[in-house]
Design a protein around this ligand. Structure first.
Ligand SMILES: *Cc1c(COP(=O)(O)O)cnc(C)c1O
Length: 363
């Protein structure tokens, strides 16, 4: 393959080079069928093997207890913002949300269309620079249908470093931008979900990992495609699943497994993020991190430069040096370096070097 730029896009985002190469080599002849995987039935044994193996890889990497289902859904994490309340917010109960950033805000907006919602913690007054501490996360056992958290706020660059243990209220998490970046105890959660295009693969499939007994009984029936039970009952094959994105996720999971699993991912992610946070903290104020230090994300590193013009120049010059995708989200601006699992250490080294060199030239 040609030399590729270092890819700091927030999503869709960098994929492991090995994965792209394997997909390329199998593109028009998968498993000696003479056909592309995109051209064969989702009910064929060839696809079935990929489907089931992908579920098994999740089970293995996350050490999932038996009562959890791994589901493949369309519609992105955004559809989950609606499906979670449709399936879990029963009449007479209230959904409890942690408003930690832009994505949590969107999840709340959708839940409000379905039923009663309250926000038990809001970081809005702090401009979403801080995640709640464990003491800030409270539930009301009799009242709450569930508690919804966002493990990593992709736009704001904050991350929850500890998950609460909640008794008697299902804990639900949007893990779109940090799933499989570190080990965690899944048994605390009723549901976790993640769009694939940050840390798992290409856009087009959303992973939902769900404990079936946490699903409340419904008196009215939901449309089939919006009901988790449909996906459980049909093993996510009620309709045609996004077969190619699932195949790509399969390759990414194998890459994680062969790299050494989630402990290794976490260690690498810490080392990578440290390079860039150090460049910020050792710049004497030339660069300033946007997130409170205790809430800093290992996946999305947000920072600014004291002068707007310089910021534009930074992004522009970086791109000419093959460091791409550093613009902050349009709602926040400034600079954001997304450093997901698949981004190599040397990309972060190159960015940290560029930051130091840029500072020397412009301070
Ligand atoms: C990207 C993202 C989403 C939205 O994902 P879509 O797949 O575009 O719907 C939701 N939550 C978080 C945390 C994200 O990073």
């Amino acid at each position: 393959m040609h030399a590729r730029p270092y890819n700091f896009y927030a999503g869709p985002a960098v994929l492991p080079q090995e994965v792209l190469e394997q997909a390329q080599s199998e593109m028009n002849n998968y498993g000696a069928t003479g056909l592309s995987l995109m051209e064969i039935s989702h009910r064929s044994p060839i696809y079935d093997a990929i489907h089931n193996e992908t579920q098994l890889l999740f089970k293995e990497l996350l050490q999932l207890p038996d009562e959890y289902h791994v589901l493949f859904l369309p519609g992105g994490a955004s559809l989950q913002f609606s499906m979670i309340p449709m399936n879990f917010l029963t009449p007479g109960k209230v959904a409890n949300y942690i408003l930690s950033g832009l994505w949590a805000e969107k999840a709340i907006e959708e839940a409000c269309k379905v039923g009663d919602v309250y926000v038990s913690f809001s970081g809005k007054a702090n401009n979403f620079t801080k995640m709640p501490s464990l003491q800030d996360i409270q539930v009301h056992t009799q009242m709450d249908a569930y508690l919804h958290i966002t493990s990593n706020e992709t736009v704001n660059g904050t991350q929850l470093h500890h998950f609460p243990v909640i008794q008697d209220v299902p804990l639900i998490a949007d893990m779109s931008s940090d799933i499989l970046s570190r080990p965690f105890d899944i048994s605390k959660f009723a549901v976790i979900y993640a769009g694939a295009q940050k840390n798992l693969g290409p856009a087009g499939v959303t992973i939902v990992i769900l404990r079936e007994e946490a699903l409340p009984q419904h008196t009215t029936s939901l449309p089939a495609m919006l009901d988790y039970r449909t996906y459980i009952k049909h093993n996510s094959l009620y309709n045609t699943p996004p077969v190619y994105p699932i195949y790509m996720v399969n390759l990414v999971l194998k890459w994680i497994k062969h790299s050494g699993g989630l402990n290794i991912m976490e260690k690498r992610n810490e080392e990578k993020a440290r390079l860039i946070y150090d460049a910020i903290d050792q710049s004497g104020g030339f660069y300033k991190g946007l997130a409170h230090p205790a809430s800093r994300s290992l996946m999305n590193i947000t920072f600014k430069i004291w002068n707007d013009e310089l910021e534009k120049r930074f992004i522009q010059e970086a791109s000419t040096q093959q460091l791409v995708g550093l613009e902050g989200h349009r709602s926040v601006g400034h600079i954001r370096a997304s450093v997901y699992n698949a981004l190599p250490y040397k990309a972060c080294q190159a960015l940290a070097e560029f930051m130091k060199e840029f500072q020397k030239r412009y301070s």
